[in-house]
Write a protein that binds this ligand. Structure first.
Ligand code: GLT
Ligand code: MN
Ligand code: MN
Length: 391
């Protein structure tokens, strides 16, 4: 069945800054119980098809482009040809990363493997992948290290592991500085899968860890919808905290039902309301970063299904963006929000001995405060009606 791509107000264009990992649309549909169901797509083919759909760029692991054991000459040929496709299509590579999880050598992790040789090899591989990313124009480097964790706590002292993890990121920051690269790191958390428990399991853990590094200013986070949802958390709250800390360096958009395996569903497909509040946060805050999709098509799909999936991610984002504009312009919603915001005196508290004295002496109308409702039922229903298209 050939796809029909509509041209309307929700048609993706490069200025929307949508990006996809080569590994996302390139996912051949392997799962722990079944073999690949789709042939591998070449990076050049992916770039051309995504460009035709209106994407801005692609992101990649070293191995998505250059085969793991390629010689230096083979690497250079692959990179030269890939750059030509980028030039032909105008597609960019804003982010790069390292595959530190597929090679059996990384079965006990990369930066936190018990084997110091594996830790050193992981650094070597990452330095080369950083060189590749910078050569392709990337300014963000994602670290989803993948297998940093355990199945049994008998295996590893978690404090030693965190120390190795910190050493590795400090080393890589030193490398980037020594090369004078314009590159920042974005740490991606995940609670489990492929390890039983992964160290630094949520965005909040990552944010705290960053402040223990030698160069915290070079390191931010790459929160993923699915990973916070796997941990049963509200994704927009994780993103809000990262924004508040000035640490939202990148973002992985997808979908996930809590309590399931790592699904990486099409953005917004499983939780449109959660996706709406995420888009609202990003658009209201005019967040300048890439809208990157780290999702993949259902295993049931053939290649046409993959391109409908890719298009669907972007289209849903743009539809939700329009819903945000409607929410912000909706008189009744805005009236309720203004009434809520106008309760009590405006302004923030800030300590001074005089403020503390006057607060101690203040009398509150507690009966009135206890009586009042907050109208959130009405507010949520209005939001639902807006999302469901009847408002
Ligand atoms: C892999 C993982 C993702 C990471 C990618 C980057 S690889 O698909 O599931 O969450 O963001 O390493
Ligand atoms: Mn991800
Ligand atoms: Mn994921």
């Amino acid at each position: 069945m050939s796809q029909r791509i509509s041209q309307d107000a929700y048609t993706p264009r490069p200025e929307h800054h949508f990006t996809f990992g080569l590994w996302t649309v390139g996912n051949p549909g392997r799962d722990p119980f079944g073999e690949p169901v789709r042939p591998l797509l070449s990076p050049a083919h992916i770039v051309r098809r995504l460009a035709a759909l209106g994407a801005y760029g692609v992101n990649l692991h070293d191995e998505d482009l250059v085969p793991r054991d390629a010689t230096a000459a083979e690497r250079d040929t692959v990179v030269r040809e890939f750059k030509q496709v980028l030039a032909d299509t105008g597609m960019k590579v804003p982010m790069a990363t390292t595959n530190l999880f597929s090679d059996p050598a990384f079965r006990d992790g990369a930066f936190t493997s018990n084997d110091a040789r594996v830790r050193a090899y992981a650094l070597q591989k990452t330095m080369k992948a950083i060189d590749l990313g910078v050569e392709l124009g990337a300014t963000t480097y994602v670290l989803w290290v993948g297998r940093e964790g355990v199945e049994t706590n008998a295996a590893k002292d978690p404090r030693a592991a965190l120390g190795w993890y910190r050493d590795a990121i400090n080393f890589l920051c030193g490398y980037v500085l020594s090369q004078d690269y314009d590159l920042r790191f974005a740490l991606e958390a995940k609670p489990n899968e492929p390890r039983g428990d992964i160290f630094l399991p949520t965005t909040g853990h990552m944010l705290a860890f960053i402040h223990t590094l030698d160069h915290p200013e070079m390191v931010g986070v790459n929160p993923e919808v699915a990973h916070e949802r796997m941990a049963g958390l509200d994704f927009s709250h994780a993103v809000a905290q990262a924004l508040d800390a000035g640490k939202l360096f990148h973002l992985d958009l997808n979908g996930q039902q809590p309590g399931r395996f790592d699904q990486d569903l099409r953005f917004g497909s499983d939780d449109p309301k959660g996706a709406f509040f995420l888009v609202k946060l990003l658009e209201d805050g005019r967040w300048p970063g890439m809208r990157h999709f780290d999702s993949h098509a259902y295993r049931t799909e053939d290649e046409d299904g993959v391109w409908s999936f890719a298009h669907g991610n972007m289209r849903t984002y743009l539809i939700l963006k329009e819903k945000v504009e409607r929410f912000n312009a909706d008189p009744e919603i805005q009236r309720i929000l203004a009434e809520l915001g106008g309760r009590g005196e405006a302004g923030r508290v800030s300590f001074s001995p005089q403020q503390a004295r006057s607060l101690r002496d203040r009398t509150f109308d507690l009966p009135a405060m206890r009586r009042q409702g907050y109208a959130y039922e009405r507010l949520d229903q209005l939001t639902m009606e807006l999302l469901l298209g009847v408002r």
